[in-house]
Design a protein around this ligand. Structure first.
Ligand SMILES: C[S@@+](CC[C@H](N)C(=O)[O-])C[C@H]1O[C@@H](n2cnc3c(N)ncnc32)[C@H](O)[C@@H]1O
Length: 264
């Protein structure tokens, strides 16, 4: 543990999390399945006194098959399913890789990575960071802190011991309700993630990050195109159609001038 209000934990084997990424299927926290037998839209029972936005959110949660899948499989987040779907199609997670997961709480992506990269064997390495406390999974170091803090970035590098094969970022800024502000703040996080990937990726490495559809991402897309052989936009099925969220998958990292200078 370090002295600047952040925390690190390491777990070398075992599940290391409250959930279960592949074991006995579980029901939701209430003990019931969210699907209706007849395929009808389920309505929450206690709607009175709730705001309309909260009623809509609850109805959507109850009828979302990925929410029920998350509970049944003991995954810590619905986001885990998005990562799984993207990897099923593009196969970027491989056994014993060195991986950085930026914005890792509550740890759904960590669960998928630990399992697919077989990190419980003690080979490979997974370093996660988030503002929030996150329970470790097998083979992971978890840091609690802000990605804007250069000391945190140094700490990630020290745990990596060498170059990373893949840098993932699912970071999203806390929403203010003002869409342009939220957009800019999340794109700011993406920019930091790209710069960090530029410092730590091995040649041929992969970068996968959450982005928002919209104007500000064009310049960032330019940066990725300069530094990687291929860049693709992904929209996994579990990412809601109405959401502006999208993912950028950049593969075949080519050393950038900036990274070369840092090495000299
Ligand atoms: C969508 S969640 C990530 C979900 C995660 N991939 C999972 O599967 O559980 C986005 C995360 O980004 C984190 N985040 C936002 N800004 C951050 C920052 N400046 N530094 C570190 N983490 C940050 C948030 O705390 C939040 O937990």
């Amino acid at each position: 543990m370090s002295s600047i209000g952040k925390k690190a934990s390491f777990m070398s084997n075992g599940d290391g999390h409250s959930g279960n990424s592949g074991g006995t299927p579980k029901k939701g926290p209430s003990g019931r399945s969210y699907k209706t037998k007849a395929g009808l839209t389920k309505k929450p029972k206690k709607m009175r006194g709730r705001k309309l936005s909260s009623q809509r959110w609850l109805t959507r949660q109850l009828n979302d098959p990925f929410v029920s899948q998350t509970h049944e499989r003991g995954l810590r987040s619905r986001a885990a399913i998005k990562l799984e779907q993207m990897d099923d199609k593009h196969h970027f997670l491989r056994p014993h890789m060195k991986i950085v997961d930026l914005g890792c709480a509550p740890g759904g992506w960590l669960q998928i990575i630990s399992k697919r990269c077989r990190l419980d064997a003690g080979i490979g390495c997974l370093v996660g960071i988030d503002l929030l406390e996150t329970e470790a999974v097998a083979g992971s170091y978890i840091l609690q802190g802000d990605i804007h803090d250069p000391l945190m970035l140094e700490e990630i590098k020290s745990h990596l011991e060498g170059k990373a094969d893949i840098v993932l970022s699912d970071m999203a800024a806390a929403t203010t309700g003002h869409r342009p502000t939220d957009h800019l703040r999340t794109m700011g996080l993406l920019e930091i993630a790209i710069d960090f990937a530029d410092e730590v990726l091995a040649d041929g490495g992969v970068f996968l990050a959450k982005a928002f559809r919209g104007g500000a991402d064009k310049s960032l897309l330019g940066l990725l195109n300069e530094r990687f052989e291929k860049v693709k936009h992904l929209k996994p099925a579990a990412s809601r159609v109405e959401s502006v969220e999208t993912y950028l998958l950049a593969s075949g990292y080519l050393r950038s001038e900036k990274a070369e200078q840092a090495r000299d």
